[in-house]
Write a protein that binds this ligand. Structure first.
Ligand SMILES: *[C@@H]1O[C@H](CO)[C@@H](O)[C@H](O)[C@H]1NC(C)=O
Ligand SMILES: *[C@@H]1O[C@H](CO)[C@@H](O)[C@H](O)[C@H]1NC(C)=O
Ligand SMILES: *[C@@H]1O[C@H](CO)[C@@H](O)[C@H](O)[C@H]1NC(C)=O
Ligand SMILES: *[C@@H]1O[C@H](CO)[C@@H](O)[C@H](O)[C@H]1NC(C)=O
Length: 693
């Protein structure tokens, strides 16, 4: 029965309609009805924010030293830029942090949008997969998403000088191609202006290289004064503030501001460590090194939800925020399931491109989460979660600290100190932690909760819950019938979020959520398995076992068992993850429980959270994610004539959402290709940005 206070907030003054949302098939009348409900709920939201019928905000105050987050961080006051002109070039001067400040913040961060959801709502959402009571009044709205660009002007004279000095000091040789440019950043930003016009409260951040000021004795130990590179066509003082009716603020940050020393989990890091480290890694001419510091972006300056772009990546059509992030379903990862990356700890792959870092990153993930091949992330605008990237940088701290030892890409070739591929790891870490949360919740939190031991009797019950028969010791299931994908649109509408599908794919990018983590885990990174075969002896066993041991066993020693257990369990219901969750224990507060499982799984079980169910729900919400699809092109530009053909193809594909134009040109083709690209850019995005000079 709805409580009196709940009743007071019914938007239509009546009892809540109990029909599951999926019954509201979207014919025009029902669509109108849904929109009406959404509109009514929007008008009542102000009231609800003041008097939440379900009580206070979720309190995240955990006991462990490694994760004590404040509920929200104060916004940082970002200093306005004060440009300095040297010769004819404008720079953005700044004082780099001292070594004592260049140490990672070890506090695991909650996801801000989740802190604003009630525990009851989160529980119902995760267990049923339906946005219903008591979430009805918890309109989460479109996500706030910031764009993050990493950019360098390789033609800048001071940058070239610093690069030459380092090359001659280290005797290292590189190809020049990395530093060519065709004014891509300007047009990538123009494309983003048109594609993200509806995004609420977005800020754009451009991370650029920095150089020592000329005529200053830069070997002096206390010279923290640096000059950040500036796109010369941008008025950075004007762009800093943005325009409330149009363009988001554009803010610069520089490499030397970002680098933070990380270490093995639990390690104590001192200013001396940081000082020694900074000496070895700066300046950096390696984009892998700079990307490895994206997790250290200040959460007081940069939103939890980011889309990371290179300057050669373009957004071709308007995108709703849900094309990249929603509070309900998490970040939208775009993968290439046909390009699988296996672990490689040998370092023998090409270090000048991505493959050495991909193999090494896949190896690290294998060690922690079990061996498998994982898809490459499409080379285009990428959705990432800043709090989860930061968590990753703590979990794999020593490897993140080793990455910038390569001051040029691939230059530091020492076993176990290869570069990590931050984008690849950030994505797969979220997927693996979600899978881990499912297995922990079912095995340790649900079945192991009373004694921590799974005896024959419990094992048998687990087998039956998976769908096993009384007699059989084998289990075969066909593809599960789930409605999760069909529910996405209505759930989002009910939460006040514009869904990602488009009515006209030539006017708005059409983004499909091909897989949402509310369906568990997809071993093919795309769909529910067509068929699941499980062997009782191999995966569950009949002998008594510690729940923690079984969890570790199916997590990483025999990952196929873990995958199949998850796939079998979701057969139980049409949507939601209730079957994985421990039973409710309402009298136990979850306020003192940690917010994450340990970074490394110790051989003996850590103590159970006081409220295992609330803990598991929070974990599943934290690592929620989507595998999405939209029309994208990755275009390697090998010659002018080939580029010409490719651009024409791109023009013809009216539903093209994302495009990357990768410069693979020989030196002879530079000028013609430059003219060609420039013409094409101007025809696509003729309107200047605000503050464009
Ligand atoms: C891009 O955005 C600008 C500014 O909002 C607008 O004037 C222009 O019409 C848009 N162009 C396209 C092609 O959408
Ligand atoms: C977001 O933008 C709206 C209007 O554009 C403004 O009213 C609101 O205060 C902003 N919110 C934040 C958190 O900055
Ligand atoms: C720069 O400073 C260092 C250390 O303070 C000093 O040893 C060196 O002589 C100085 N170089 C110049 C050119 O002044
Ligand atoms: C890059 O540097 C060169 C040389 O200083 C300058 O002419 C050019 O305008 C710069 N490009 C951008 C986009 O800032």
């Amino acid at each position: 029965m709805a409580t009196r206070s709940l009743y007071l907030y019914q938007p239509l003054g009546g009892k809540p309609a109990p029909a599951p949302w999926r019954d509201l098939l979207c014919n025009p009348i029902r669509c109108t009805a849904i929109l009406l409900i959404v509109a009514l709920s929007v008008t009542s939201i102000g009231f609800i924010v003041i008097q939440r019928p379900w009580g206070s905000l979720v309190d995240f105050t955990p006991p462990h030293e490694f994760d004590q987050p404040p509920i929200s961080r104060p916004s940082v006051v970002v200093p306005e830029p004060d440009p300095e002109v040297i010769g004819a070039t404008v720079y953005d001067p700044f004082i780099a942090p001292s070594p004592g400040d260049a140490i990672v913040d070890k506090i695991v961060r909650p996801i801000k949008a989740h802190s604003a959801m009630s525990e009851e709502c989160m529980d119902v959402w995760v267990s049923t997969g339906l946005w219903q009571e008591p979430c009805r009044y918890s309109m989460v709205q479109d996500s706030q998403i910031d764009l993050v660009y990493v950019w360098v002007n390789g033609s800048d004279a001071l940058h070239q000088k610093a690069r030459k000095e380092l090359l001659s000091a280290t005797k290292y040789k590189t190809k020049d191609a990395r530093f060519r440019e065709h004014d891509e950043l300007r047009y990538s930003l123009r494309s983003a202006r048109n594609a993200t016009a509806t995004w609420p409260n977005s800020t754009w951040h451009i991370i650029t290289a920095d150089v020592p000021p000329p005529n200053v004795n830069n070997t002096a130990p206390d010279s923290l004064y640096r000059l950040g590179l500036v796109p010369q066509w941008l008025d950075i003082e004007c762009a800093f503030h943005g325009n409330p009716d149009g363009q988001p603020p554009i803010r610069l940050q520089h490499d030397s501001q970002l680098f933070r020393l990380t270490g093995r989990p639990g390690a104590t890091l001192t200013a001396t460590d940081a000082s020694n480290w900074l000496e070895k890694i700066l300046p950096s001419f390696n984009s892998h090194a700079v990307e490895s510091q994206l997790p250290q972006l200040d959460p007081g300056i940069v939103s939890d939800n980011i889309v990371a772009l290179n300057d050669d990546q373009f957004m071709m059509l308007p995108h709703p925020p849900s094309a990249f992030h929603t509070t309900l379903y998490g970040p939208v990862f775009r993968m290439d399931p046909n390009l699988l990356v296996g672990g490689d700890a040998s370092g023998s792959a090409d270090g000048g491109g991505e493959w050495r870092s991909l193999g090494w990153s896949a190896h690290l993930l294998n060690q922690r989460f079990g061996t498998r091949r994982r898809p490459y992330m499409q080379h285009n605008a990428r959705a990432l979660s800043l709090p989860l990237m930061h968590e990753l940088s703590l979990a794999f701290g020593e490897y993140f600290a080793a990455t910038p030892l390569s001051q040029f890409r691939g230059s530091h070739k020492v076993a176990n100190e290869y570069e990590v591929n931050t984008i690849f790891m950030s994505t797969h870490y979220v997927i693996e932690r979600h899978r881990e949360a499912l297995l922990w919740s079912w095995i340790v939190g649900k079945w192991g909760r009373s004694s921590g031991i799974l005896d024959r009797d419990l094992k048998w019950k687990m087998w039956m819950e998976m769908g096993g028969g009384d007699e059989a010791d084998k289990l075969s299931l066909l593809q599960a019938e789930r409605t999760t994908s069909e529910d996405v649109e209505v759930n989002l509408l009910m939460a006040g979020v514009q869904p990602p599908r488009s009515f006209d794919e030539q006017k708005q990018a059409d983004v499909a959520y091909s897989w949402v983590s509310m369906d568990g885990y997809s071993a093919n990174f795309h769909t529910l398995p067509k068929r699941v075969d499980i062997n009782l002896d191999e995966c569950v066993g009949e002998e008594a076992e510690f729940a923690w041991d079984m969890f570790r066993r199916v997590l990483k020693e025999n990952p196929t068992c873990g995958d199949n257990i998850i796939a079998a369990l979701i057969h139980d219901s049409k949507s939601g993850l209730e079957v994985f969750l421990p039973p409710p224990c309402e009298d136990e507060s979850s306020a003192t429980d940690p917010i994450i499982l340990p970074f490394d799984l110790p051989p003996t079980a850590p103590s159970l959270p006081r409220n295992p169910r609330a803990f598991a729900v929070r974990l599943l919400m934290r690592y929620a994610h989507v595998l999405g699809d939209s029309a994208t092109i990755f275009m390697p530009m090998k010659s002018t004539s080939q580029a010409d053909r490719a651009l024409k193809t791109a023009d013809k594909q009216k539903n093209l959402a994302l495009l990357c134009i990768n410069d693979d040109l020989g030196n002879g083709d530079q000028r013609n290709a430059n003219n060609l690209l420039h013409k094409w850019f101007e025809s696509r995005w003729p309107e200047r940005l605000d503050c464009e000079l």
